[in-house]
Design a binder for this molecule. Structure first.
Ligand code: C2E
Ligand code: CA
Ligand code: CA
Ligand code: CA
Length: 277
């Protein structure tokens, strides 16, 4: 019996080893990804419900790599965070998203904003605000067209330091959005302390609208409370017309999701913009 147990452990260890080896390979490949121009961004339109028009996009990272094409963005970000590459990658994402947004402005879509996901490690860098300021100047995008997405759980650590940074960013005209809102079990009252522009209602609640009474209640509560404290709401993961109708009825401001469009490459987004004008 002891031997059997031992074997099982060995097998178990081997699996972990394989996993570590694979992650190491991914990490090595990721190290060269920026220089080799393997990283690119896709853009998911954000639609204002009231006007039914695309008013912005969320930039999402993708990796074109012959072996690791299937590495999900979440895994990529996780490995980038563990290895510290997130600092360079995160900076690259902000610059790339702004360069693209500037192009759209120049094409006549002059009020398009771009929303960029910021990892905790990146946000907590002492020079984060300065870095963002420099990239905005370099790319000539007015700050009001940049939104930074910080997850709800991120916003709940190192609160005082984050508050200082968020206030500076707001003073510069940059918008802060709380991503995946509702998953971190914080109360909305807690967020009245933060200079927040938008709450992004997590996809899981939108997904539950028609099978889960709780999800409906949560969404309605978030939207109503956000209104009373003057914070905008964006619903993520809208996949059906019924979900959109429900959100519209509740007074949600903006939507994003496969029902409108999947995240697409910049030229495809341009086509979507032309279509809607
Ligand atoms: P997120 O910020 O919550 O982004 C939304 C995710 O939901 C995206 O997945 C998007 O493709 C997906 N999505 C959008 N609409 C729908 C829908 O209607 N249905 C479903 N089922 N999914 C939808 P993606 O692109 O795989 O990104 C996953 C996560 O990876 C993001 O979640 C974000 O946390 C992270 N991520 C992506 N790009 C970046 C980045 O540049 N920097 C950082 N720090 N994180 C990033
Ligand atoms: Ca996001
Ligand atoms: Ca989200
Ligand atoms: Ca998420």
């Amino acid at each position: 019996a002891k031997k059997e147990g031992g074997d099982r452990y060995q097998f178990y260890d081997l699996e972990i080893n394989e996993k570590i080896k694979l992650e190491q390979k991914i990490e090595n490949a990721l190290y060269h990804a920026i220089k080799k121009k393997e990283l690119y961004l896709v853009y998911q339109p954000i639609v204002e419900i009231k006007t039914n028009s695309i008013i912005g996009t969320e930039a999402l990272i993708r990796w074109k790599h012959e072996k690791f094409e299937s590495v999900s963005p979440l895994k990529l970000i996780e490995i980038a965070e563990q290895s510290g590459f997130i600092i360079d990658i995160g900076k690259w994402v902000i610059r790339e998203a702004l360069v693209q947004t500037k192009k759209w402005h120049d094409l006549g879509h002059s009020s398009m904003f771009v929303s960029v996901n910021i990892s905790t490690i990146q946000f907590d860098q002492p020079n984060f605000v300065e870095m963002v300021k420099n990239i905005l100047e370099e790319t000539s995008v007015p700050p009001q067209f940049l939104e930074l997405e910080i997850t709800e759980t991120n916003a709940m650590t190192m609160v005082e330091e984050k508050l200082v940074k968020m206030r500076k960013l707001k003073e510069m005209g940059i918008r802060i959005a709380i991503d995946d809102f509702g998953t971190g079990y914080s109360s909305l009252a807690y967020f009245t302390r933060f200079p927040i522009h938008t709450l992004k209602i997590d996809r899981s609640f939108v997904n539950g609208i028609f099978h889960d009474e709780n999800a409906k209640t949560i969404i309605t509560t978030i939207i109503n409370m956000a209104k009373t404290i003057n914070i905008a709401t964006t619903a993520e993961g809208v996949e059906t017309p019924d979900q959109l109708k429900f959100l519209q009825g509740q007074g949600c401001d903006k939507v994003q999701g496969y029902f409108i469009s999947r995240p697409v490459k910049s030229d495809q987004l341009e086509a979507l913009l032309k279509e809607k004008i």
